[in-house]
Design a protein around this ligand. Structure first.
Ligand code: UDP
Ligand code: MG
Length: 315
């Protein structure tokens, strides 16, 4: 159990977010003031912006914000390492009794951080921000997300429904996170594995305040595939099952052909029975090799044990 006031750290990954950053900063600092007035957080509570190799003025802006307020800090990565790595660099390098991670674009409701802190004080080590409505997301994004959650669940991966990376992690949860060795961290899947007491808080997801999404469809698909191969070997099992089914089917076909030739003396029109399986098996084999390849690629990437990120500067 924790007693208030706690030292709260807020980690904000930023990639080309110059348009929203001043507003985000204004609102986050206002929130810290409010939580401080309520006696929930102490003076040492801070906001940490992680610049994920932005190409616009994000970093100079962070420097400016940091110069203007002692509660504002910045971490500059040496290049663009992706949302998850930016987040992780913040989580693993800042101090605090609890760390809240939130996107820079103000889609997540800053006000519910208060509820997160209260849940933490009530004994939860992990508090998930869960979107109550996704009205502002496109129908396409909503539906694909729903399918994806369902698919992951079928494969034995429990993701918190409608939860992205807006969450509070207590110090113990962060230290637990540090012990996961995989280079590609799929945080949404890993955090539930930590197993400490968890709670959820609901919020409405808003429109992006300014700027455009940094997750184009291409990145979204890559991220989704990452989630599957990082957590589940079900696709591999499916190949085996498919192999059995197809082999069984072929075997039955062979019996049928022998029976037709010897007993029925029927002339079997050979085209369909020889050409169709060639295509069919060719397709299955290619698909299977592809899926195997995904895992081999994964092993290849993970065995290299490359560092996830380099911090260039901390202010
Ligand atoms: N982001 C990042 N590195 C990247 C892409 C995105 O740090 O390579 C940050 C981005 O600045 C934002 C958060 O990750 O704070 C989520 O990105 P975005 O809002 O564009 O994704 P969406 O909400 O559209 O899925
Ligand atoms: Mg967003």
């Amino acid at each position: 159990m924790h007693v208030n006031p706690i030292k709260l750290a807020i980690v904000v990954p930023c990639y080309n977010e110059e348009e929203v950053l001043p507003e985000t900063n204004r609102r986050l600092l206002a929130l810290l003031c409010k939580l401080h007035a309520l006696g929930l957080v102490n003076n040492g509570s801070c906001v940490h912006y992680v610049d994920d190799g932005s190409k616009d003025k994000t970093w100079p802006l962070i420097e400016e914000l940091a110069a203007g307020d002692t509660r504002v800090h910045g971490i500059k990565l040496s290049g663009n390492r992706g949302h998850q790595n930016a987040l992780l660099s913040g989580l693993l390098s800042v101090e605090g009794d609890a760390i809240v991670s939130i996107d820079a674009d103000l889609q997540d409701d800053i006000a519910v951080i208060e509820n997160m802190v209260r849940e933490f004080l009530g004994g939860a080590e992990v508090v998930y921000g869960v979107r109550d409505s996704r009205q502002t997301d496109t129908g396409f994004k909503r539906n694909t997300a729903l399918m994806y959650y369902g698919l992951m669940k079928k494969m034995g991966v429990d993701l918190v429904h409608n939860h992205a990376d807006f969450r509070l992690l207590g110090r113990r949860a962060v230290e637990a996170l540090r012990q996961f060795g995989e280079v590609n961290m799929f945080l949404r899947g890993i955090v539930p594995l930590i197993g400490y007491r968890a709670a959820t808080v609901k919020y409405d997801r808003a429109e992006r305040f300014a700027g455009v999404s940094k997750y184009p469809l291409r990145k979204m698909l890559a991220f989704a595939a990452e989630g599957v191969t990082s957590f589940s070997i079900v696709p591999l099992r499916l190949i085996t099952l498919l192999g059995f089914l197809v082999s069984g089917f072929s075997f039955a076909m062979i019996l049928f052909v022998i029976y037709g030739t010897l007993v029925l003396k029927a002339v079997i029109p050979g085209w369909a029975s020889s050409v169709v399986p060639i295509y069919f098996l060719g397709g299955i084999q290619l698909l299977s090799i592809g899926i195997l390849g995904e895992y081999v690629a994964k092993i290849y990437m993970e065995t290299k044990q490359r560092p996830r990120y380099f911090i260039e500067k901390i202010i």
